[in-house]
Design a binder for this molecule. Structure first.
Ligand SMILES: C[S@@+](CC[C@H](N)C(=O)[O-])C[C@H]1O[C@@H](n2cnc3c(N)ncnc32)[C@H](O)[C@@H]1O
Length: 256
């Protein structure tokens, strides 16, 4: 794989792309999508704001969740998304930490990444260690964050706000039959793990899926599976900025 820093359009946030914005707004309005589940909020002003704006002139969603692992980014996102009171920012992990580490350690694409020369990766020299570290970051493994425990306000926030692990599974089980829009954009090493969780839980259900980084380790396999699985219908995609928007139907024949 090749280094993502060499990619001209490299960006941590989903690029504010008019084509994507229009596709989402149209999708939300036409299908009355009123449940949104997102992994990887970051500071809220990228994909989350773009999704929230799709509800600007129309009805409001019943449930709009976005989850973020980092406490400081979660706090920023809460502030940045105040204008959209229907957006519920969750501080927590999309998947269990132990599951994420196991997935990265045994990921065939990471062990043999030279087999995929066209795919981007963040750290070609020792990608597994890089992605494990990325997953471990957040609130408890960093020295600075550990010191925060000594701050009573932080400890209170931790007790009252931290939502724990496995949020993606938990939210999907809750909203399996609600025809949700699901956006996966968390850590690079676990994008495909999140995609597999979505496919398993949402099998036999209608949902819409937006993936960022389809040319990156994060979602190159997810994109490839979407392309070859007749249950998915691609609505829009952008190979330069690296996103895809697709619909999953109950059965291939219902894809329209
Ligand atoms: C690529 S950024 C997301 C960008 C954002 N969607 C945007 O468009 O601005 C990935 C974010 O996911 C967070 N993250 C990483 N692992 C996570 C996990 N397991 N659960 C939730 N968030 C995670 C990171 O802290 C980071 O802020």
């Amino acid at each position: 794989m090749k280094s993502y820093s060499d990619h001209a359009q490299a960006s941590i946030r989903m690029v504010d792309n008019p084509n994507l914005k229009d596709s989402i707004r149209k999708l939300v309005e036409e299908n009355r999508i009123d449940v949104v589940v997102e992994t990887g909020t970051h500071d809220g002003i990228g994909s989350t704001k773009m999704l929230a704006e799709a509800y600007a002139g129309t009805f409001k969603p019943r449930f709009f969740y976005t989850c973020e692992l980092s406490f400081s980014k979660y706090k920023k996102a809460c502030k940045n998304l105040k204008r959209y009171p229907f957006v519920k920012c969750l501080w927590g992990r999309s998947v269990k930490l132990a599951e994420a580490i196991e997935f990265i350690k045994t990921d065939e694409a990471l062990q043999h990444h030279e087999k995929y020369p066209d795919v981007f990766i963040d750290q070609p020299d020792d990608p597994a260690s890089f992605y494990i570290k990325e997953c471990q970051s957040g609130f408890f493994s960093r020295k600075k964050a550990f010191l925060k425990y000594l701050d009573p306000r932080y400890s209170l926030m931790r007790i009252t706000r931290y939502q724990g692990e496995d949020l993606l599974r938990r939210l999907l089980h809750r909203h399996q039959g609600d025809r949700p829009l699901i956006l996966l954009d968390s850590a690079g090493g676990i994008g495909y793990l999140e995609f597999k969780i979505v496919k398993k839980i949402m099998r036999g259900h209608v949902f819409w899926l937006l993936l960022d980084d389809i040319h990156h380790l994060k979602h190159f396999r997810s994109f490839s599976e979407i392309q070859s699985d007749p249950s998915f219908q691609i609505i829009a995609y952008d190979s330069i900025h690296g996103w895809v928007l697709a619909k999953h139907t109950l059965s291939p024949s219902a894809a329209s």
